[in-house]
Write a protein that binds this ligand. Structure first.
Ligand code: THU
Length: 146
C-alpha cells in the first residue's frame, strides 16, 4: 500500500508565529521586475524559524523564490529537518502556491512535512509536500542504480 502522509498537528500559536514570520519576510522582497513580493518562513524540527523573501535580478532567470531563500538559509546554518513552511504574498483572494522548482527543493528534505499557503489576512490552505508533489524524484532514487 502507498505510504500515507498526514499534516502534522502544530500548536495554533506556533502556526500563527510561522505565518506572521512569512508575512514579515515579505517586506524585504526584492522584486523590482515582477512587483510581486513573496515571503516564506520554515520551521525546523527543533523549533527554529528561518525566513526569506524573493530576490530578483536584472538577469531575470537568476531570481530566486522566497521559499528557496528560506530553505537555503536554514540548510546553510545546519538545519535540514523541517516541520513546516509558510508562504505569504499580497494576493488578497488567493492562497499563494509554491512553484514547481520550490516544491522539488522542499521534497529534497522529505515529503512528510507541511506547507501553509496563506493570504494576507492570515488564513491558509494546508497541504503536505507529498500532496503538492506526488510521485516525486528524490535523493533515494539516485541510490537505486546498479
Ligand atoms: N515567487 C516566489 O518567491 N514564490 C512563489 O511561491 C511564487 C513566485 C516569486 C518569484 C518571482 O520573484 C516573483 O514571485 C514573480 O514570479
Amino acid at each position: 500500500m502507498a505510504q500515507m502522509h498526514h499534516a502534522c498537528v502544530l500548536d495554533p500559536k506556533c502556526v500563527q508565529k510561522l505565518v506572521l514570520s512569512s508575512h514579515e519576510a515579505k517586506k524585504f522582497a526584492y522584486c523590482p521586475y515582477s512587483h510581486f513580493p513573496v515571503g516564506a518562513a520554515v520551521l525546523t524540527r527543533d523549533g527554529k524559524i528561518f525566513s526569506g523573501c524573493n530576490v530578483e535580478n536584472a538577469c531575470y532567470p537568476l531570481g530566486i523564490c522566497a521559499e528557496r531563500t528560506a530553505i537555503q538559509k536554514a540548510v546553510s546554518e545546519g538545519y535540514k529537518e523541517f516541520r513546516a513552511i509558510a508562504i505569504a504574498s499580497d494576493l488578497q483572494d488567493d492562497f499563494i502556491s509554491p512553484c514547481g522548482a520550490c516544491r522539488q527543493v522542499m521534497r529534497e528534505f522529505g515529503t512528510n512535512w507541511d506547507v501553509y499557503m496563506t493570504k494576507p489576512d492570515g488564513t491558509y490552505l494546508l497541504r503536505t509536500v507529498q500532496e503538492l508533489l506526488p510521485a516525486s524524484f528524490g535523493p533515494k532514487d539516485l541510490q537505486k542504480i546498479k
